[in-house]
Design a protein around this ligand. Sequence first.
Ligand SMILES: *[C@@H]1O[C@H](CO)[C@@H](O)[C@H](O)[C@H]1NC(C)=O
Ligand SMILES: *[C@@H]1O[C@H](CO)[C@@H](O)[C@H](O)[C@H]1NC(C)=O
Ligand SMILES: *[C@@H]1O[C@H](CO)[C@@H](O)[C@H](O)[C@H]1NC(C)=O
Ligand SMILES: *[C@@H]1O[C@H](CO)[C@@H](O)[C@H](O)[C@H]1NC(C)=O
Ligand SMILES: *[C@@H]1O[C@H](CO)[C@@H](O)[C@H](O)[C@H]1NC(C)=O
Ligand SMILES: *[C@@H]1O[C@H](CO)[C@@H](O)[C@H](O)[C@H]1NC(C)=O
Ligand SMILES: *[C@@H]1O[C@H](CO)[C@@H](O)[C@H](O)[C@H]1NC(C)=O
Ligand SMILES: *[C@@H]1O[C@H](CO)[C@@H](O)[C@H](O)[C@H]1NC(C)=O
Ligand SMILES: *[C@@H]1O[C@H](CO)[C@@H](O)[C@H](O)[C@H]1NC(C)=O
Ligand SMILES: *[C@@H]1O[C@H](CO)[C@@H](O)[C@H](O)[C@H]1NC(C)=O
Ligand SMILES: *[C@@H]1O[C@H](CO)[C@@H](O)[C@H](O)[C@H]1NC(C)=O
Ligand SMILES: *[C@@H]1O[C@H](CO)[C@@H](O)[C@H](O)[C@H]1NC(C)=O
Length: 442
Amino acid sequence: MKTPLLEYRLFFFISSCLLLQMVAAQSQCLSHQKMLLLQFRSSLVFDSTASTKLARWNHSTHDNCCVWAGVECDTSGHVISLILDNEGIITDGINSSSALFSLQYLERLNLAYNNFHSNTIFIPVPAPVPVQIYNLTNLTYLNLSNAGFGGQIPNGISRLTRLVTLDLSTHPNLIIHLEIPNLNQFFENSTQLIQLYLDGVDLSSRVPKFLANFSNLKTLSLSQCNLQGSFPTEIFQIQGLLELSLEYNDDLSGRIPSFPENGSLRMISVAHTQFSGSLPPSISNLSNLSRLVLYGCDFSGSIPSTMAQLTSLTYVDFSHNKFTGSIPNFQSSKNLTSIDFSFNGLTCPLSSKHFEHLSKIVYINFESNYISGRIPPSLFSLPSLQSLYLSNNSFDGLVDEYVNVSDSQLESLYLSSNRLNGSFPKICECVCLTIENSGFEL
Ligand SMILES: *[C@@H]1O[C@H](CO)[C@@H](O)[C@H](O)[C@H]1NC(C)=O
Ligand SMILES: *[C@@H]1O[C@H](CO)[C@@H](O)[C@H](O)[C@H]1NC(C)=O
Ligand SMILES: *[C@@H]1O[C@H](CO)[C@@H](O)[C@H](O)[C@H]1NC(C)=O
Ligand SMILES: *[C@@H]1O[C@H](CO)[C@@H](O)[C@H](O)[C@H]1NC(C)=O
Ligand SMILES: *[C@@H]1O[C@H](CO)[C@@H](O)[C@H](O)[C@H]1NC(C)=O
Ligand SMILES: *[C@@H]1O[C@H](CO)[C@@H](O)[C@H](O)[C@H]1NC(C)=O
Ligand SMILES: *[C@@H]1O[C@H](CO)[C@@H](O)[C@H](O)[C@H]1NC(C)=O
Ligand SMILES: *[C@@H]1O[C@H](CO)[C@@H](O)[C@H](O)[C@H]1NC(C)=O
Ligand SMILES: *[C@@H]1O[C@H](CO)[C@@H](O)[C@H](O)[C@H]1NC(C)=O
Ligand SMILES: *[C@@H]1O[C@H](CO)[C@@H](O)[C@H](O)[C@H]1NC(C)=O
Ligand SMILES: *[C@@H]1O[C@H](CO)[C@@H](O)[C@H](O)[C@H]1NC(C)=O
Ligand SMILES: *[C@@H]1O[C@H](CO)[C@@H](O)[C@H](O)[C@H]1NC(C)=O
């Protein structure tokens, strides 16, 4: 009679062992890895009210460090991912013998948005990026953005031969910035990079042509890097590149080259640079282009009418350039939300067709051009439009004709310095309407 029970117990015992083994096989943290994590944490000062991860690592409640927040392990229990961004860390730098650098299996490390800098009374003192970070040779993802690291970043990123994402960017309003004194050396062997964010890093150099050989690159973000000289046009033509940002490099010159069929770029921004020349008609070959930001450059010539084929456009800013001629017809760009052509030399009249079907457009700015003719009444019936800037142009005609605008969402309307006559109809009930002195009776 005892045999079945024994069998049952034996079966139960064996199956629980199997189960335990399976759990273990998934990721049971290795004890030395756990020790390293705890050592690393104890070397950090952090605000436990801001921390959602570090503060919850608990040896006694969770023996398995692989389930700790922000930690991920491989199947053998090595820590491969440490995501500690926004953890309220206020530690003065990372010690060169930190346990962090012994987590040799790490593939992803994110320390972004912490405060590794120290503070004197008035100015923050940036923390150096320790050269030992290059010991983590399995890293594919490294994010030190806005973390208080500054000064020269040591050469040798090339030792991280698996790196595909590197983010060292800092916000423009922070005082702390990293510097890369020699781009050529820095990126010598990094051709496998997919995402590179160096915004705010002081590069003080020309952009090396060899970046165009980084054929895996999808994002290249180099805004406010103090770039010099002429930007290599070949970089625009990297196949598969999705985002290119060169904003706020006041000394950077360049031209926008022609684009082959099926170009992949979705976002181009060269705002506030010395880019010049005209915009090539082949811009229409970038069929997924969504954001095109050219403000504050030296572009001239007419805006290619082929832009009308760019159905994915959402945001267009060509303001403060020297474009002439007419405004393209954007009626196929149904996702357009914002369009700014202010402060150019555009002349041709607007037709109501220009704005047909633009149901998402919120912002239109054509201020300070030489646009003549009537203001198309259809402008006032765009369902989402909130701001319309038309002042300082040569619009003429009577404004009385803009009837039927009671559904308008308009909050701001600027019409001054035109040749308009008549009295303006009541567009909305509230005082939300801002009409500057327009030379006509209100
Ligand atoms: C870990 O959890 C135990 C039991 O809930 C608790 O007593 C202890 O204070 C915790 N330790 C930390 C560091 O949060
Ligand atoms: C790093 O930490 C060790 C042990 O805590 C200490 O002896 C050493 O001075 C520190 N090094 C630096 C550069 O702070
Ligand atoms: C970094 O790597 C070097 C050489 O590979 C080794 O001597 C050193 O101990 C490593 N440092 C750490 C902190 O693991
Ligand atoms: C790095 O990754 C490879 C393959 O993913 C692995 O075999 C190796 O053990 C890892 N760790 C180190 C320190 O190289
Ligand atoms: C780096 O981390 C910050 C903070 O979490 C995040 O906003 C940013 O997108 C990350 N960068 C990359 C390239 O993933
Ligand atoms: C880059 O690769 C070349 C060739 O493989 C090698 O000789 C060189 O040492 C590498 N550079 C760095 C900085 O790792
Ligand atoms: C780019 O790669 C090609 C072929 O691999 C090579 O011939 C050329 O020299 C490289 N260009 C630069 C600027 O490194
Ligand atoms: C461009 O894309 C279209 C549609 O996906 C395809 O038919 C065409 O062959 C592609 N052209 C080139 C040059 O890749
Ligand atoms: C445009 O985006 C779609 C959807 O992501 C993608 O399938 C297509 O290949 C892209 N076209 C080009 C030319 O990159
Ligand atoms: C688009 O690319 C094709 C192939 O390079 C080219 O023949 C055509 O002229 C381009 N389109 C425009 C509008 O330039
Ligand atoms: C317009 O936006 C919607 C929603 O974001 C998206 O699904 C659609 O693909 C976009 N259309 C084009 C042509 O990009
Ligand atoms: C009016 O527009 C012209 C053409 O863009 C510009 O030169 C001028 O400065 C503008 N005037 C004002 C007062 O903004």
